[in-house]
Design a protein around this ligand. Sequence first.
Ligand code: GLC
Ligand code: GLC
Length: 640
Amino acid sequence: MTEPFDKPGLLADMAPASSFRMRLQSHAADIRQLFDGLYAGHPAHAAAFQRLEEALVRAHLERPARLVARDEAKLDRGHWFLSQDIAGMSLYVDRFCGSLSALPGRLDYFSELGVNLLHLMPVFESPEGESDGGYAVSDFRRVDPRFGTLADLQSLQSDMQDRGMYLMLDIVLNHTSHHHEWARRARAGDERCQAFYHMFPDRSLPDAYEASMPEVFPESSPGNFTWLPECGRWVMTVFHSYQWDLNYRNPDVFVSMLENVLFYANLGVDILRIDAPAFIWKEPGTSCQNLPQAHALLRLLRLCVATSAPGMAILGEAIVAPRDIMEYFGTGAFTARECDIAYNATHMALQWDALATADTRVMLAAQSEILRKPFGTTWINYVRCHDDIGLGYDDHMIREAGYDPYAHRSFLKEYYSGTFPGSPARGALFSVNPRTGDARISGSLASLCGLEAALATGEAGAVETALRRISLMHAHCLFLGGVPMLFQGDELGTINDYSYLSDPGKSYDNRWLHRPITDWEISERRHFEGSVEHRVFSDLSRLIRLRRGLAMVADHGNLHWMRPHNRHVAGYVRAHDGRVLYGIFNFGRDEAWLTWYAFREHGHLPSTLTDHWTGTRFTCGPDHEHLIIPPYGFHLMEAG
Ligand code: GLC
Ligand code: GLC
């Protein structure tokens, strides 16, 4: 194709050598090909493509100059999001500080902690009451008055940019709220809007789909379709019945959502979190997850963003099986050209596995899969987020460690829901599926680590153990390479919040257990030595600062796992530019011994090791001597 975007007038005033025009040219053929691959036979194909072209040019023309400058700076740096300089936190604006206009006044808090990336949980309009925490969007462009206004969001972004901070927002791509204008019109019989969703007059197709589709929320929202008496249609609702799945077989849906994506880009979003991308394409006879067309849509979307807003990275929230997650980084000719970032959901869950079992072998068995991530892409590494913990890693990983997968998962569920005898964890089972026996786990970091139970007994030893477990979990995750993402409340060791039970919009969903409201008086205790809040906050901020100073911790594709000489201990080596860091983590409740040989079998021969965490300098002993790691202790040791 020569000049695919040469509609008269579209590029008329633009210098041929402008960087936008050059990006357009280099991406045009792929954009066209992906679009045609998805939509060639569709009657709206040609008109939709024209809208797409116009959207790209318009987004570029409307992009504020300060964002264009930021794009250029990021392009100069290359893969800016691989840096060890970035540390993030996810938070609910209302639950954190009330409103968007109050957030600029709280930015010092993040500087104190070392956080420079904020993931604001959905702030665009969603119905009061049942909104799945804002993931049921009724207007993609209007900030919900509960949080403030678009102007508040813009002024927050500009304050953040001035401070060198990064902003992450969601686009809820898979579905809209049943209150969205498209949904309202569809319900009233508007056929154009009905074609935005998966709607059926009878059960024949829904039944065909159901035969192979799993359920996401089997307890609170069984089935994948909802009957609409007003228009006599079944509508596909994979998540809750008030979240209607968009139909991406319709190119108008894609282009409309692309326009929303570009709108967010021009608000100054640095990382766009694509919510639930695994679900965006449906095909009867399949699980309707991870389909090739879903990947094609993401590739197309990323190319469009790379053309008009090249500074915005794409994060795919694909919480699926380990092998399936990897595919979101792109495959074949699109390797490293799909999502820039994905959630390291496998590792997140495996850290919890290691903590409960005091055995790191299942976690290690998964690493060969996780390490297949292509260079130039990275992970969000996290210990907790606003969602549940799913135990979706493969059975063979559990078997390799010598456990029976069914019994192993049953143990984990009992352990974290606190029913296993002696378990210090206080979580809850989420989305129990009585048919399959599946369940996931809710609960705050601190409660799952035993702090809630320990505080209830008041036993100092138990509190200390819980605090050590919390810092171990944070440290292990922070030095893996990738963007660490903390979750609101976890920086203070906040325990479960049971108040959701008295709110009918939330009581059916125990993920609210671990979505606390920040209490700023309690948060002040972070300044008082001896308090839980002080311990968790100061450990965490020290870890983040340490990380920032260690260039080998950036994601250079340089994560190497040490051989498991001791099943309680997980160790990794991060070497870059002549510097070598060993991260050593004891997931066991007793002292663990690790042979010094472990430090010599990965191509480095350190004679001394300086532990940045404890300040201790160790001399590497002979093979038959050991490093002794305290219970739930860790070392961040640099060679030399
Ligand atoms: C994502 C969100 C989750 C939400 C779901 C449906 O997985 O993280 O909170 O329930 O999408 O939008
Ligand atoms: C499922 C989905 C994931 C979502 C979660 C919410 O695991 O795959 O996208 O975050 O449910 O609980």
